[in-house]
Design a protein around this ligand. Structure first.
Ligand SMILES: *Cc1c(COP(=O)(O)O)cnc(C)c1O
Length: 363
């Protein structure tokens, strides 16, 4: 084999890429694998995007507002903070990447819970920053002393947690903010489904940042808009290193319209929460263990003939796929291979899920 005429950066060479959930291109799937919103975004987006394009698309010749200033204002208004406390990114993954680049390197360590969002290890490795991972205590409790004594420069808490769906109290977050000697990053991708955001808290502290995304709670995963709220000093650091035009014109227009339609989303999120509770009640009725969810998904440990574990979860995953229902499963992660993460879909989708599960149990 011929050698490549170039070398690859050491951090990149040893990297395994993030594995996104499957995005099937054909139709007919019940897609409960990537925590997308089950309902369309507010219809107001359509006019906003068409206006931004103009009748002849001429505005697309021009670069977008580099600051995403109106999105910042809409985010600020949503949380009751100021525009200077907000930064907007091309999805929240963009912002997580900026955080790693700004606050992680071969001397500045990063820490996170395990399990949590599996993008963090990819981003920290790219930066050559060591990632310390902590187990939950008694399944759901944060190991405060270990976090405080870790020496990490950044601690990322996914809150509510993914893939478990569990939430943490404001008291827990305050305790972390008071005692962790570094930047506390709270990844709030699923906060819209928990009824609680720490964004306002973050804006008032020097060492706390919340990240959120329009992908989950606003039904805009296809648009790629995320944001962070923090102290102005932290925001300025992230602004130094982001792409100048990191959010396109249409995405800016769409996310502003979404953020402004609080009423529409309150109603739809209420529906998701109700469907989530009904799905949890179903799992309880068949005796399956699950983590009480504050998100738009449920992590459930299936059992068959009284048996749980990897083979059972893997069997159900395959069966559901054969029924054209996609859920998320990490077969090779020993911590979570006994469970499946199932997105809360529409009532009709969850009905189909329940029917397929009952069929599998009887099989
Ligand atoms: C989905 C998700 C994100 C990414 O959101 P995007 O804005 O679509 O990049 C970030 N963090 C967590 C925990 C997520 O589940």
């Amino acid at each position: 084999m011929q050698n490549n005429p170039y070398k690859v950066s050491k951090n990149v060479e040893s990297l395994s890429a993030y594995t996104p959930g499957e995005q099937p291109q054909g139709g007919g799937w019940v897609k409960l694998n990537t925590n997308e919103f089950p309902y369309p975004p507010t219809p107001k987006i359509k006019t906003a995007v068409i206006d931004a394009m103009g009748s002849d698309c001429a505005p697309l010749r021009l670069y977008p507002d580099p600051l995403s200033g109106k999105v910042r204002e809409a985010v600020a208004k949503h949380y009751g903070v100021e525009g200077k406390n907000v930064i907007v990114g091309n999805g929240s993954d963009d912002i997580l990447n900026l955080i790693m680049r700004a606050f992680g390197d071969d001397k500045l360590k990063v820490a996170a819970m395990n399990p949590s969002y599996s993008l963090y290890p990819v981003l920290s490795k790219m930066q050559g920053a060591e990632l310390l991972e902590f187990d939950f205590e008694n399944e759901t409790k944060l190991p405060f002393e270990k976090i405080f004594n870790s020496g990490a420069n950044v601690f990322i808490l996914t809150s509510p947690n993914a893939p478990l769906g569990i939430s943490f109290s404001l008291g827990d977050l305050q305790c972390l903010a008071d005692n962790f000697k570094g930047l506390l990053v709270i990844d709030e991708a699923y906060a819209p489904f928990s009824g609680f955001s720490a964004a306002k808290f973050a804006a008032g502290r020097k060492n706390v940042l919340t990240v959120c995304t329009s992908s989950k709670g606003w039904g805009l995963a296809g648009m790629r808009v995320g944001w962070a709220v923090s102290d102005e000093g932290v925001i300025c650091i992230l602004d130094k290193i982001r792409d100048s035009y990191n959010v396109d014109r249409l995405a800016q227009a769409a996310s502003i319209a979404a953020l402004q339609d609080e009423e529409y989303y309150a109603e739809k999120i209420g529906k998701v929460v109700k469907t989530r509770e009904e799905t949890e009640a179903f799992f309880a009725s068949i005796g399956w263990k699950f983590y009480k969810s504050a998100s738009n998904f449920i992590f459930v440990m299936p059992s068959k003939n009284g048996v749980c574990g990897r083979d059972v979860a893997s069997g159900l995953f395959d069966f559901l796929k054969s029924e054209k229902i996609l859920v998320r499963y990490w077969k090779n992660d020993m911590k979570i291979c006994s469970g499946l993460r199932i997105t809360v879909g529409t009532d009709a989708e969850m009905q189909k899920l329940r029917e397929s599960i009952l069929k599998w149990i009887k099989e």
